[in-house]
Write a protein that binds this ligand. Structure first.
Ligand SMILES: Nc1ncnc2c1ncn2[C@@H]1O[C@H](COP(=O)(O)OP(=O)(O)OP(=O)(O)O)[C@@H](O)[C@H]1O
Ligand SMILES: [Mg+2]
Length: 238
């Protein structure tokens, strides 16, 4: 029997046979503004409500900004959950160097190693059951070389698995297309891929598609997806 982890997104678990596979890693991919970060915050908020601590690793935003976003969008008090050690934010901004350095490889290795050890130590400290890395795009951009990026991401994901938590990572997708084939870096090394999209129209439409989830007989439909004051919601397709 596969153990499932509730996603924290209203309506989503129903199309995933109950939720994410415990111990798996899930990629949330989408263009800018498709609610990837909000999705991750919802995932950790759900965990905290259930007494499952979570770590939010951000390569882009500050803890204060993320807490304020969750308050403004959903009315959630994440500060209180941080104080209760149910959520911990970790900033892992890549060390972009303004000046040319000959030792880029060394810089990359040190950063990847730092990401792995920091997540491991924070996860152990609070007994994390859920981990978020938002986003791996910043790590890819920092490393630049596709081969090196892939190795680094695989290594990070493998380490997350060894911690026993269920991990969610996000990846930005260029405005014009969803990544496929050679362009996609992480899609092939994760257990599940959820794609978020946003189609501006007369009535703005946000969508969610499950394009892969191992061990799960999931929906393959394009589901309408919306933001409501209480949280994110997948609309039922009748
Ligand atoms: N208070 C709010 N009420 C309604 N919608 C909001 C509110 N705040 C933000 N939004 C919507 O959420 C979007 C940002 O969501 P989020 O940060 O989760 O997206 P993202 O996919 O992580 O973006 P990025 O790729 O830039 O990181 C905004 O572009 C806006 O459409
Ligand atoms: Mg984001």
């Amino acid at each position: 029997m596969v153990e499932r982890i509730p996603s924290g997104i209203d309506g989503l678990d129903k199309i995933l046979c109950g939720g994410f596979v415990k111990g798996s890693n899930v990629l949330v991919a989408g263009k800018s503004g498709t609610l990837k970060t909000s999705f991750c915050l919802s995932y950790l908020y759900e965990g905290a409500k259930r007494g499952e601590p979570g770590v939010f690793v951000s390569t882009e935003e500050t803890e204060d900004d993320l807490i304020e976003d969750a308050r403004a969008m959903f009315g959630w008090d994440l500060r209180d959950l941080v104080n209760k050690r149910l959520i911990k934010f970790v900033s892992m901004v890549p060390p972009y160097s303004a000046k040319e350095t000959n030792d880029v490889e060394k810089l990359i290795k040190a950063y990847v190693n730092d990401v792995i050890t920091s997540i491991a130590s924070v996860s152990q400290e609070i007994g994390a059951k859920r981990i978020v890395i938002d986003s791996v795009s910043m790590i890819e951009m920092f490393i630049q070389n596709r081969y090196m990026s892939r190795i680094a991401l695989m290594s990070i994901l493998r380490n997350m698995k060894s911690l026993g938590a269920t991990t969610m990572v996000t990846e930005g997708v260029p405005e014009k297309q969803m990544l496929t084939g050679d362009e996609a870096l992480v899609e092939f090394v994760v257990d599940a891929v959820l794609k978020l999209d946003f189609v501006p129209s007369a009535r703005d439409t946000r969508t969610l598609t499950v394009s892969k989830m191992r061990r799960t007989n999931h929906s393959t439909l394009i589901h309408p997806f919306s933001l409501s004051p209480g949280g994110l919601r997948l609309l039922e397709i009748k």
